[in-house]
Design a protein around this ligand. Structure first.
Ligand SMILES: O=P(O)(O)OC[C@H]1O[C@](O)(CO)[C@@H](O)[C@@H]1O
Length: 415
């Protein structure tokens, strides 16, 4: 398909209503009323802000959930005009009346307004979650060592097709479970790192398309692969190890990492977090970790590993509302790896789909073949069976939100 005749698509099925915090008893309601104010309190506790910024944050906290959604006030911000448009339909609503995803994206954007992130001064471009992000790396160093060692041996033994499939599958699985470590849910200081456990927990994967993807990927020769990245910290290490494997074995000629243009959802990765992480690895004493860091530095220098930021990734929009240019850019990819819960919610518009609706039918609008690697942390799902929906609540009452269950869902090109 050439750029001129690309048609931006939408889900082909009737689109259900959006999830809202107003749904009493839902995880969305709990998030807006309890989690968001707690996250803002933690931002105050972890930074040495002057009184004026602390007061801004206290005002924000006091607004949730009954205050009114208002325009942003940071006049120099590059996304101000975009946000004026996003806010328009919801101005004057309270935080529970608006779509949940909008409420969360708006909250994280209001944190940046409060901390003067876009204003000239000493707090300009200061990431309010920096401390958490760094701890996310430092406290998982043992797991990073294990994964780097595995990655190195996978590259060395990638000679025949079956070995390649197996190694790719294991790195994909490690990359999925890295998504358990999410600082917006489990702050590192409260034991987040203990969730880095075994990299292979097959029985907790509710939909597993690994074999189909592996079959496809091991036949790649120097193609382009993209990641729509989620969290910095250990999850990013999983992305980087997978990227390393794809590049070292020439399955991919180039890997594009799509990153957030500013801080959001506490731990979400920006380009500067990728560069910091690679430097952190390259400085490690563990030889496998160090070598991984040095290989990644080389890929960056050779233009084989490319960091790309786009303001769309921090917007409150569904993925089918992606800007045309970004959509066209992604059509160049042979495979897109979509990471995490928030990105998954956006692939299906964070709406009340029946959990048995085929994921492929909702996401057929996507610009390229993709695989969603997501641990479940919110009450949206697609592609599950009726048997699973009967059994899971008996097995684990919190299965939709506790991040212990995952999916590896592949969607091939439909158009
Ligand atoms: O890092 P991830 O996997 O996107 O998880 C973050 C998401 O999980 C939640 O914490 C619960 O859905 C949201 O607040 C956010 O959507």
């Amino acid at each position: 398909m050439t750029p001129n005749n690309i048609q931006k698509l939408r889900p082909s099925l009737p689109i259900p209503t959006e999830i809202k915090g107003a749904e009493i008893g839902s995880f969305a309601h709990f998030t807006v009323c309890v989690r968001l104010p707690e996250i803002a309190q933690r931002v105050i506790a972890e930074n040495d802000f002057p009184l004026s910024i602390e007061q801004n944050l206290q005002v924000l906290i006091a607004e949730i959930p009954n205050g009114k959604i208002r325009d942003l006030q940071d006049v120099d911000a590059p996304d101000l005009a975009d946000w004026t448009g996003y806010i328009e339909p919801y101005k004057g609503n309270n935080w529970l009346e608006v779509p949940w995803y909008f409420a969360e994206a708006y909250f994280y954007r209001r944190i940046l307004e409060a901390t003067t992130y876009f204003q000239v001064g000493s707090w300009q471009n200061v990431d309010p979650y920096e401390k958490q992000k760094r701890l996310g790396l430092e406290t998982t160093i043992d797991a990073i060592g294990t994964l780097s060692e595995f990655g190195k041996s996978a590259i060395a033994s990638a000679t025949d097709i079956e070995t390649k499939k197996n190694a790719f599958g294991q790195l994909l699985s490690a990359d999925l479970w890295g998504n358990r470590v999410d600082l917006s849910l489990w702050p590192i200081l409260e034991g987040g790192s203990s969730r880095v456990e075994s990299t292979r927990e097959q029985s907790f994967i509710l939909v597993d398309d690994t074999a189909i993807i592996a079959e496809k990927v091991v036949n790649f020769q120097n193609l382009r692969i993209d990641f729509i990245v989620d969290n910095a910290g250990f999850e990013l290490i999983g992305d980087l190890c997978l990227a390393d494997y794809l590049l070292a074995s020439n399955l991919a000629a180039v890997v594009h990492l799509h990153l957030k243009a500013h801080p959001i959802f506490v731990s979400d990765a920006m380009s500067k977090d990728v560069l910091y992480t690679i430097e952190f690895l390259a400085q490690a004493t563990d030889v496998n970790v160090k070598e991984l860091g040095l290989r990644l530095k080389d890929y960056i220098e050779q233009g084989r590993l490319i960091c790309q930021e786009n303001l769309f990734w921090t917007s409150p929009l569904a993925f089918w509302e992606m800007p045309e240019l970004l959509y066209q850019e992604l059509t160049k990819s042979s495979l897109i790896i979509v990471k995490g819960d928030a990105n998954y919610r956006r692939t299906i518009g964070d709406r009340h789909w029946e959990y048995t609706t085929p994921y492929q039918s909702i996401t057929s609008y996507f610009p390229a073949p993709f695989v969603a690697l997501r641990t479940l942390k919110s009450e949206v799902a697609a592609g599950l069976s009726t048997e699973q929906l009967e059994q899971l609540p008996q097995q684990d009452a919190q299965w939709l939100t506790n991040g212990q269950w995952g999916v590896i869902q592949f969607v091939d090109r439909h158009h």
